[in-house]
Design a binder for this molecule. Structure first.
Ligand code: NAP
Ligand code: ZN
Length: 350
């Protein structure tokens, strides 16, 4: 018999989230049953629960920043045991055999990456995410949370952490690199911490300087407001990498102007509208304009190990289940310091 668990679901696009009972599948031989402790609120949860990225599946249990403890393992599971502290990020299944899956890019599986929620498994099971007390996930998609990382501050690493770690690693950011982080929300604050831990000189480009003290404490050496526009002239030609975490329309030409020749603007923020760019902004200095999508499972584990080794994790505001709808509005208003994590034990019983 499938088991049931309590969760928070959006019944329809843009509707407030409310407690519900959902079914989790029977444990398969390679499955891990996780008692969830915390689930982070990613801006992507809001985009999907409000159907801002196109048609979505409802009722929806969002949540792809999951941290908890293993409470049961299937008979074939070898990499996790009962009692282990574990995490689950944005994906829960893939074919495991294609060129992408076998090279640590399960997020680009040529058959089908199954996302943690708002998606269906090939057999028709609807994936339900981490705003829930329990989840069952194939062991291949379950990460080890290293000792020293508490579960509440580790949860946001499973999406925000890996999403910024992947491009910083790919562009070989290290000592001597100059990095600008655009937007200091959930992804942005982790980008500042991780880039600084990699040895880079980090500048935050925020709408205002209201979070400057925090930015500097996370490791930034400079913190500028973009609102008046003069910063684009002052910091022209300055950066190897501009990592854009903003989910709204952004002046891409101006960010390209801030790069050194051969530098890159990497977009991880995912705005709803199409964006415009002048090709001349790319040709002048052989610049790169690109995007980056989370990361593979091995890369996610490498990020968790890197964060533990460098003593960094997310800065969070812990909330209870009844605060989630307000938290959504606060994220949209850029009023989050710097990631909300839901204590899922507060999801009420029936
Ligand atoms: P967030 O916490 O809301 O942070 C976004 C930050 O962008 C805000 O804190 C704010 O920073 C800045 N911002 C907001 N509105 C702005 C505007 N109108 N103009 C300029 N800056 C603005 O969101 P998040 O969870 O970090 O996610 C950011 C984006 O990344 C979302 O679109 C999300 O869907 C996407 N995402 C992508 C991936 C991926 O794999 N590529 C993974 C996860 C999330 P300041 O207050 O500092 O200006
Ligand atoms: Zn996310």
């Amino acid at each position: 018999m499938p088991t049931t668990t309590r969760a928070l679901a959006a019944p329809a696009a843009g509707e407030p989230l409310a407690p519900v009972t959902i079914e989790r599948r029977d444990l398969r031989p390679d499955d891990v049953r996780i008692e969830i402790a915390y689930a982070g609120i990613c801006h992507s949860d809001i985009h999907q629960a409000r159907e801002e990225w196109g048609s979505a599946l409802f009722p929806m249990v969002p949540g792809h920043e999951i941290a908890g403890t293993v409470i049961e393992v299937g008979e074939a599971v070898t990499s996790h045991s009962v009692g282990d502290r574990v995490g689950v990020g944005c994906m829960v299944d893939s074919c495991g055999e294609c060129e992408m899956c076998t090279t640590d890019h399960e997020n680009f599986c040529t058959e089908k990456t199954v996302w943690t929620y708002n998606d269906t498994y090939p057999d028709g099971e609807v994936a339900m995410g981490g705003y829930s007390r329990e989840v069952i996930v194939a062991e291949r998609f379950v990460l080890r949370i290293p000792d020293g990382l508490e579960l509440d501050v580790a949860a946001p690493l499973l999406c925000a952490g890996v999403t910024v770690y992947t491009p910083l690693d790919r562009w070989k950011i290290g000592a001597g690199s100059s990095v600008a982080v655009v937007g200091m929300g959930g992804l942005g604050h982790m980008a500042v911490k991780i880039a600084a831990a990699m040895g880079a000189d980090v500048t935050v480009l925020s709408q205002t300087t209201s979070k400057e003290e925090d930015g500097r404490s996370f490791g930034a050496s400079d913190y500028r407001a973009t609102a008046d526009g003069s910063v684009f002239k002052e910091l022209r030609g300055r950066f190897d990498l501009v990592l854009n975490t903003v989910s709204a329309d952004v002046p891409l030409d101006r960010y390209l102007g801030m790069l050194k020749p051969f530098g890159a603007v990497v977009n991880v923020g995912l705005p709803t509208n199409p964006q415009q760019v002048r090709i001349g902004s790319l040709i002048s200095g052989d610049k790169v304009l690109t995007g980056s999508n989370i990361g593979g499972i091995a890369g996610t584990q490498a990020m968790l190990d890197f964060c533990a080794e460098h003593g960094i994790a997310a800065t969070v505001e812990k909330i209870s289940a009844d605060q989630v709808n307000d938290a959504y509005d606060r994220v949209v208003a850029s009023d989050v310091r710097y990631r909300f994590v839901i204590d899922v034990s507060t999801i009420p019983d029936e």
